[in-house]
Design a protein around this ligand. Structure first.
Ligand code: TRP
Length: 331
């Protein structure tokens, strides 16, 4: 085996929701870049554009959102030479494998998926579509088409990887061994909450974006929720329950101890603390900015990068489907 072939394959992806926020960065992107640069893995990164349609059939923004999202991926260090980036919709084998897998799992199993239950509640969906129920089946096809072994995702996606493992085993047992049984790799830092302490999410409007400029970060930070009992400047605060302190821990570790001490004693007021936090986040994002600006002005180049990724991903997808057809005695 060549060195390149010995590397474990990573498959991860996101639905194209447009510009990325710090929650996306901490929950996934940072991890992907680290794994990519460790040289122990071969990363594949998928744009789940068909998955978008499970909750919103309007497809008119998908391409714009894809280009915005990928500009951020590239800005934070996904290297498309090493790690192909590609759209699910452009590699037909995703749909084909999804169809085959849909026979290997029961609807009862899919109805038990906790991520789905949460989503139906959040979105107040009463009548679920066939495609939405099958969300994890398409995700299993995404992962297994590249014979992915490691899937770095946030906690909410772990049930989908579990279903993928079940489908892989079932396929191998029924037809012959083609697929690895992949493992979830959770990110080190728990979910980064949004400015209102709820889950950071574009639809809620509680985000700080990777592409935000200094002024925007400062303005947003002023709205962040702190310890509700710390009302006046010199009231003692409780950093352990303060959102801004969580951000300091992640983006300003050098000052973490001093801030904790001075917040608790009352020496540090929230306004000053927020200014320092905004400055730290700004410094953290500064190195990504130049690349981000470049790609936002050169969308054609971003699309070329994706198309190139699609050519490379397609090769792997065809190899896998050839094996699938062989063991199934089709064709
Ligand atoms: N469901 C994932 C999310 O919402 C996106 C996704 C689609 C994915 N296919 C994948 C993630 C395959 C990991 C592997 O974030």
């Amino acid at each position: 085996m060549t060195k390149e072939n010995k590397k474990k394959r990573i498959l991860s992806g996101m639905r194209p929701t447009g510009k990325m926020h710090l929650g996306n960065f901490v929950g996934a992107l940072e991890n992907w870049v680290e794994l990519q640069n460790s040289n122990k893995y071969k990363n594949y990164h998928l744009i789940a554009d068909y998955h978008v349609l499970t909750t919103n059939t309007d497809s008119s923004d998908i391409l714009d959102n894809t280009l915005d999202m990928i500009s951020d991926w590239l800005a934070v260090g996904i290297d498309p030479e090493k790690s192909p980036i590609f759209r699910q919709s452009q590699i037909k084998e995703h749909s084909e494998l999804h169809l085959i897998f849909s026979m290997l799992i029961t609807t009862a199993r899919l109805e038990r998926n906790p991520t789905l239950k949460e989503q139906l509640q959040d979105l107040k969906v009463e009548n679920i579509t066939y495609g939405h129920l099958g969300y994890p089946v398409l995700q299993a096809a995404d992962i297994l088409l590249y014979r992915g072994e490691v899937v770095p995702v946030g906690e909410d996606q772990a049930p989908h990887v579990e279903i993928t493992r079940e489908i892989a085993r079932k396929f191998n047992k029924t037809y012959g061994k083609v697929f690895p049984v992949p493992k979830t790799k959770l990110t080190n830092f728990a979910r980064l909450p949004g400015l209102d302490r709820k889950k950071m999410s574009k639809s809620v409007g509680n985000t700080i974006l990777i592409s935000d400029k200094k002024k925007e970060i400062e303005k947003k930070m002023m709205k962040a929720i702190t310890d509700p009992k710390k009302i006046r400047l010199h009231d003692p605060g409780r950093p352990e329950i303060c959102l801004v302190f969580t951000y300091h821990q992640k983006f300003n570790p050098e000052e973490e101890r001093e801030i904790k001490k001075n917040c608790k004693s009352g020496a540090l007021g929230c306004v000053e603390c927020k200014k320092r936090c905004a400055a730290a986040i700004n410094d953290f994002l500064a190195p990504f900015r130049e690349k981000r600006n470049y790609y936002s002005k050169n969308k054609d180049e971003v699309l070329d990068i994706i198309k190139d990724g699609e050519k490379r991903a397609q090769k792997v997808a065809l190899e896998t489907m050839k094996r699938v057809h062989e063991v199934m005695k089709l064709g």
